[in-house]
Design a protein around this ligand. Sequence first.
Ligand code: HEC
Length: 154
Amino acid sequence: MRSRILLVATVTIYAALYAADAEAQTRHTIWDGVYTDAQATRGSAQYRQHCAICHSANLSGSYETPPLTGRFIPYWSGTTLDVLLDYMNTAMPLGLPGSVDRSADADILAFILKENNFPSGSTELKAGADDLKAISFDTEKPQPAGPVKKMKSK
Ligand code: HEC
């Protein structure tokens, strides 16, 4: 009897550890290099074609159109990337919503992250809702290494 209780307890602990481990492996933030430079380059072309006319070539927006840098970042803080991509895909481009497909939107999102100085990595940003849900829009850099510049430093 006692050994059975011990067995149940052991299994429970292992299951909890396994779940915690799996969670740690699948959750990311936009600081983890969630897109590639090549993808951002493709996104740049898409952005120029579909978005720049209103949000301007350098993402600074205009009188009627909000910027996609600066205050844009704290505004989306705490969400996950699926929320932002869904918004881009269903509400934008204004006037022709839904005219850009999700994979092109993912490329544009990669470009927006790059322009906001979030690091690139070795894996492309996928357009699937579940993949994007696993990436949170954290505005705080994990280990502080100086203030985040508003525009790219190149
Ligand atoms: C015809 C002009 C126009 C075009 C083209 C356009 N947008 Fe927008 N966009 C707007 C306006 C205006 C708003 C503000 C909408 C609102 O407040 O409801 C906006 C809002 C946004 C937001 C939310 C900004 C915030 O502060 O949260 C995002 C993200 C965005 N647009 C992305 C895009 C992307 C990506 C494209 C290209 C695929 C695009 N937009 C094309 C006019 C445009």
